[in-house]
Write a protein that binds this ligand. Structure first.
Ligand code: IPM
Ligand code: MN
Length: 365
C-alpha cells in the first residue's frame, strides 16, 4: 500500500521551499515514487483566505488519513490583526501538534565546516564543531497549560498563561532523549529553571530519576546527565557549543534555545525538525524557522531546512534511513561545492536562488 503524505505548504516562503523539498524527494525516491502518495491541503493564512479557518476540517481529515505531514510554515503580517485564536500559528500549527499528540520535537543542529564563516561566532569558538540535537517537549508547558486567557479591565486588565508539566509528560520526552543520546555522544543536558519555577523542580527530579534508572538497567551505553538553568544555557550554547550533545528542554525554553542554536550552523534556514508521538510512526516535519515574509515570493529563500525535514520524514515515518542519508549527503555536497543562498553567503560569495540551490542538491543525490 502506498504511503500517504499530507503536504501543507502554508504561507510566506512555505510554498517555495515546499516545491524544492518535493522535487528533491521525487528524485531521491526515483522508481519508488509510486509507493508514496502526496496530497496537498490548505493551512494557515492561505486557508483563512480561502475558507475562513486556519485549519479547515478537510485539511485535518487529510492529515488523519495520512502517514505523515510535511509542513511548510504559517503566519504573516496579513493575519496578525485577527483575534489571537484565529491566527495561523495559534489556530493551525499548535492545534495540529496537540491533535496528533506530537509531544517530541527533534531539532538537529550541525555546522557544515564550509559554513563556519556564516556562523556569528568567532572561528575559535566553533573550531571543535557543532553537532547537537535539541529535544523539545511540544504539547505541554506554558504553551498549553490552563487556565490561559484575559480578564478584567482598565489598569487591572490582565493576561495569563499557566505552566504545567505532568510527570508522564516529562517521562515520555526524557525516554526519547535517552534513546537519541544512546545513538549519539551519550550526553544529555537538561535545561530548566528549577531555581524559580516549581514545574521545573518536578522536571529536574523526573529527568534525574529516569536517567539513573536507565543507567542502572544495564543499557549498553551509560548516559551522562547535567542540568543547566536556561539563562546559563543560553550563554553556554554560544560560549562553548561543542560541549552539548542532546539538549532536553520544555516547550518554551526549547523554542528559544533552538532559534539561538540554529544560527551556530549558519542560518535558521538550515534547521529541520521532526515532531513525533508515541503511537507508531506518524510525524509532522517542518523547518524550524518561520514564513520569512520579508523575502517571500522572491525565490531566494534557503530550501535546506525544508529539504532536511523531508529527509527526517523518510527516516522516522518510513524507516528509510538510506534515503534520508542520501538527501543529507547531497545537501552537504552542494554546500561543499559552494552553493549558497543569501542567508549563508559571505561577502564576495555569489548567492543563488531557491531553485538553483534545489538543482544543486538534486545533482548531488
Ligand atoms: C516553532 C515556532 C512556533 C512555536 C510558532 C510559530 C507557534 O516558533 O516551531 O519554533 O513557537 O513553537
Ligand atoms: Mn520557534
Amino acid at each position: 500500500m502506498a504511503h500517504k503524505i499530507a503536504v501543507l505548504a502554508g504561507d510566506g516562503i512555505g510554498p517555495e521551499v515546499m516545491e524544492s523539498a518535493l522535487a528533491v524527494l521525487s528524485r531521491a525516491l526515483g522508481s519508488e515514487s509510486d509507493q508514496f502518495q502526496f496530497e496537498a491541503a490548505l493551512v494557515g493564512g492561505a486557508a483563512i483566505d480561502a475558507t475562513g479557518s486556519p485549519l479547515p476540517a478537510e485539511t485535518l481529515k487529510l492529515c488523519e488519513q495520512s502517514d505523515a505531514i510535511l509542513f511548510g510554515s504559517v503566519g504573516g503580517p496579513k493575519w496578525e490583526s485577527l483575534p489571537h485564536e484565529k491566527q495561523p500559528e495559534r489556530g493551525a500549527l499548535l492545534p495540529l501538534r496537540k491533535h496528533f499528540s506530537l509531544f517530541a520535537n527533534l531539532r538537529p543542529v550541525r555546522l557544515y565546516p564550509e559554513l563556519a564563516a556564516s556562523s556569528p561566532l568567532k572561528a575559535e569558538r566553533i573550531a571543535a564543531g557543532v553537532d547537537m540535537l535539541i529535544v523539545r517537549e511540544l504539547t505541554g508547558g506554558i504553551y498549553f497549560g490552563q487556565p490561559k486567557g484575559r480578564s478584567g479591565d482598565g489598569a487591572d486588565e490582565k493576561g495569563f498563561d499557566t505552566m504545567v508539566y505532568h510527570r508522564f509528560e516529562v517521562e515520555r520526552i526524557t525516554k526519547l532523549a535517552l534513546e537519541a543520546a544512546a545513538l549519539r555522544k551519550q550526553r544529555i543536558t537538561s535545561i530548566d529553571k528549577a531555581n524559580v519555577l516549581t514545574t521545573m523542580v518536578l522536571w529536574r527530579e523526573v529527568v534525574s530519576q529516569m536517567v539513573a534508572e536507565y543507567n542502572q538497567s544495564g543499557a549498553s551505553a551509560s548516559i551522562a546527565l547535567d542540568h543547566m538553568y536556561v539563562d546559563n544555557a543560553a550563554m553556554q550554547v554560544i560560549l562553548n557549543p561543542a560541549r552539548f550533545d542532546v539538549l532536553l528542554c520544555g516547550n518554551m525554553f526549547g523554542d528559544i534555545i533552538s532559534d539561538e542554536a540554529s544560527v551556530l550552523g549558519g542560518s535558521l534556514g538550515m534547521l529541520a525538525s521532526a515532531s513525533l508521538s508515541s503511537s507508531g510512526s506518524f510525524g509532522l516535519y517542518e523547518p524550524s524557522g518561520g514564513t520569512a515574509p520579508d523575502i517571500a515570493g522572491k525565490g531566494i529563500a534557503n530550501p535546506i531546512a525544508q529539504i532536511l525535514s523531508a529527509a527526517l520524514m523518510l527516516r522516522y515515518s518510513f524507516e528509510r534511513d538510506d534515503l534520508a542519508r542520501r538527501i543529507e549527503t547531497a545537501v552537504g555536497r552542494a554546500i561543499s561545492a559552494g552553493a549558497r543562498t543569501g542567508d549563508i553567503a559571505q561577502a564576495g560569495e555569489q548567492s543563488i536562488s531557491t531553485k538553483e540551490m534545489t538543482e544543486s542538491i538534486i545533482q548531488n543525490l
